[in-house]
Design a protein around this ligand. Sequence first.
Ligand code: GLU
Length: 452
Amino acid sequence: MITTRFAPSPTGRLHVGNIRTALHNWMLARQGGGRFILRIDDTDAERSREDYVDAIRADLTWLGLSWDAEERQSARLDRYEAAFAALKAAGRIYPCYESAQELEVKRKIALGRGLPPIYDRAALKLTDAERAAKEAEGTPSHWRFLLDHAEPIQWDDGIRGPQKFDAAQLSDPVIRRADGSWLYMMPSAVDDIDMGVTQVLRGEDHVSNTAVQIQIFTALYAAGFAAGESAAKTLPAFAHEALLVGREGKLSKRLGSLGCDAFRERGIEPEAIIALLARLGTSLPVEPIADRAALVASFDLATFGRAPAKFDEEDLERLNAGIVHQLPFDAVAARLPDGMDEAGWHAIRPNLAHIGEAADWWQLVTGPIVQPDFSAEDKAFLTEAGRLLVWGDSPWGALTTVLKEATGRKGKGLFLPLRQALTGMDHGPDMGELLPLIGEEEARARLGQAAA
Ligand code: GLU
């Protein structure tokens, strides 16, 4: 059984990058008939906010990304305490006493010598007496996880292929602050074990975290921590997607703040966002596919490329129009102007880039409309149109056929003055569909007014 998770930190609103990660994890779970967990990573009590948690839920709901379970890190502190104790007993956690400034100085010195800024494990080399002295002085300690330099780190990444890391090239990660609070690294691994997560799919900014977490997973397994029926007994499969960049190819600030509110305001349908983000950065064609099941069925990590995925807002607009043209009346009825029925929706839908524009086009049906000034010749033609108009099943087809015969006009000369008289516009929805909606009485009135 596949279990995936989306693990946002509620320190802000979701942006396109997060939405993409959520969507892909959702698709992976739905494709395999598995579970999709929403995990709120709220160990940072200062920056986490409840209104962001609500907004994350609301955004996922608007996007139609339903989750099967919700978990919160702040409710699982006892599990992190247990994992910490197990790792400590196994000799994989050690206290450190350096201040932030000291660490920064060490970092600068290393960089100045052209060396990678890897933590030097000075705290590990303290003697028992030195450690006791620090404690006696009341120097606060934070805690690091001891990486095993002898253990090779490798995994077969679902997108990036075989990955290899040398643990000696990584810093032992700080997993707990001096005030007892948790950093991201260990709780996430504990959760993935406890929640039986089988696939971890996230952005490539997490690749080196994965290297570290693989050792945390392994150490937790070795310490017998993965108990319980639902716990994952083996490492999850990892996959890291290339990051999303703006059209210019750069990591853009704009993308970092572009979220559901902005999309909603611009009249972008969730299905357009889904259709774009489902396939962006893959070798599959990006098309206005409104059928989610089809998107889920075609989702395949093997189609993902290593190059950054370019998010282009023009693509989104194009897809939105394509999606709007397919939406059934039932799906949009509540957002349409009063009185607009299914026939009205079908007539007007092909002209819309956004559903919000329906009201402007519907105005052509309900009136009032503003007609242009017609030439004397066109006035005569429109008088003739009023005389020959017979209301039946397809009044437009019938009218244009008899008018063509009677006047010899064709093409633009035939259709344009009629469209202008009946709608006030040079272009617009199909007149065959529109005229029945305008109705006989109103149509006669408009032709009469145009000819006057
Ligand atoms: N809270 C982390 C983030 O938002 C989760 C990363 C992960 O998927 O493990 O980056």
